[in-house]
Design a protein around this ligand. Structure first.
Ligand SMILES: NC(=O)C1=CN([C@@H]2O[C@H](COP(=O)(O)OP(=O)(O)OC[C@H]3O[C@@H](n4cnc5c(N)ncnc54)[C@H](O)[C@@H]3O)[C@@H](O)[C@H]2O)C=CC1
Ligand SMILES: O=C(O)C(=O)COP(=O)(O)O
Length: 392
């Protein structure tokens, strides 16, 4: 029986991918084999050494101590693209809320009292305070052309906006998906200096912290909008607030409000709502539950943020061993010597590496003794050894 600890509410459709006769799922289990979570902050948590894998039902993994898990040989999975449409829709909503002054206009309408005739008169005289602008008159800069950025760029372009994107690490697959109308920015400064609105869609990393800075905001045309549904910290909030006060910026759309941001009338705050749709919650939970199950049962690695992709078909009968180790020379040599020394025949073998981690999947013709697993675990640099018995 595998034990799964949930640290957030995970969609039932996702959890149902883990059969109850094999999986015990609980929010307070001890010694779990796997963890499923959304935005729970794991950095201050003691992660039991029983944990073999972690599944993030979403995109961002800055709430998970990924480096620490890599050193332990524990893969962290996420659900790339599974909530991207939900975020795209909220970005478009944010742009429209800001450009049409929808929030103050709704507040104004909500305060009106009197007869229908009086309300009608107040509506007609009051509406001039909320005159907005239309999206096609604006140029939008997208920073980060991943699952979300691509969708925002294509949708904004289809709505008639001029769109320019910046992503020096764009994948070939994503580049193929980008509308031909989207221009390429050669640098961040090139993007900021010509965009009325800028939307960030990068992970929070050392390299992206404070990316929307005082200096870059100063390059924008007056009256601009910043949209940040990516993570708090990517924009320098103090610089944004100062630019809102001076009129340099007209609006800041944020999914990660702080006390200072909530007080400002030009800030459009959402309560981290980007991925909160039934569809996205289900998509993410299903994707990550499937990946966690495949890893626990077969050692397959798909969509990990710290492990190499490793998919080796399995006939199911023989034993499978998986080994995560430091990515140094002669590991496969040492592993196969130990197996040969124990008289075990390797039926199939896959070895992949990514950064500091290498991962080996070995199918054996027969079973394997615990003493052999102990010898494998004792090789210097080996992080984890898992034995996945054959299935009938
Ligand atoms: N508000 C919400 O509920 C949600 C927020 N997010 C946030 O959005 C982020 C992006 O999500 P996805 O598009 O799904 O991820 P993704 O991994 O598909 O795309 C990220 C893109 O950023 C690019 N990138 C990385 N560093 C960069 C840099 N320094 N400059 C420019 N581009 C850079 C990468 O090349 C990649 O193309 C997540 O990491 C997460 O923080 C994601 C989903 C929901
Ligand atoms: O997927 C992401 O990165 C998100 O920010 C979504 O967070 P959530 O799962 O809604 O807590």
């Amino acid at each position: 029986m595998y034990k799964i600890l949930t640290l957030n509410n995970i969609s039932v459709k996702g959890l149902s991918r883990l059969p109850r006769e094999q999986y015990e799922i609980s929010s307070d289990t001890t010694r779990p084999d796997g963890i499923l979570l959304r935005s729970f902050k794991m950095h201050d948590m003691e992660i039991p050494d029983s944990v073999a894998a972690i599944g993030r039902a979403g995109a961002g993994v800055n709430n998970i101590p990924v480096d620490q898990m890599t050193k332990r040989g524990v893969p962290v999975f996420n659900a790339p693209g599974a909530n991207a449409n939900a975020v795209k829709e909220l970005v478009l909503a944010g742009l429209l809320i800001a450009s049409r002054n929808i929030y103050p206009a709704m507040r104004f309408a909500g305060t009106l009292e009197g007869s229908d005739a009086e309300i009608s008169a107040a509506v007609e005289s009051g509406k001039k305070q909320f005159v907005g602008s239309e999206l096609p008159s604006k140029k939008l800069g997208i920073i980060g052309l991943g699952a979300i950025g691509i969708r925002v760029a294509n949708a904004a372009s289809a709505l008639g906006m001029k769109v320019i994107g910046y992503d020096p690490l764009i994948s070939v697959e994503n580049a193929w998906k980008l509308s031909r109308k989207v221009q390429q920015a050669l640098s961040l400064d090139h993007l900021f200096s010509q965009c009325d609105a800028v939307s960030v869609h990068v992970p929070l990393l050392d390299a992206t912290r404070g990316l929307v800075s005082k200096e870059r905001i100063a390059m924008m045309p007056d009256g601009g909008t910043i949209v940040n549904l990516a993570r708090g910290g990517i924009c320098d909030d103090e610089a944004v607030l100062a630019a809102l006060d001076s009129g340099k910026l007209n609006a800041y759309v944020i999914d990660f409000p702080t006390a200072a941001l909530l007080k400002h009338p030009k800030v459009v705050s959402f309560p981290h709502l980007g991925a909160s749709t039934e569809e996205a919650e289900e998509n993410c939970a299903i994707m990550v539950a499937d990946q966690l199950r495949e890893y626990l049962e077969d050692g397959t690695v798909r969509n990990s943020v710290n492990f190499p992709e490793a998919v080796m078909p399995r006939d199911g009968k023989g034993s499978r061993i998986t080994i995560a180790n430091a990515n140094v020379p002669n590991m496969v040599g040492q592993i196969s010597s130990i197996l040969a020394g124990a008289g075990l025949n390797i039926a199939d073998l896959l070895n992949k590496s990514r950064g500091d981690v290498a991962y080996t999947v070995i199918d054996l013709d027969g079973g394997v003794e615990d003493t052999v697993l102990e010898k494998l675990g004792a090789i210097e640099g080996v992080l984890t050894v898992r034995h996945l018995p054959g299935k009938p």
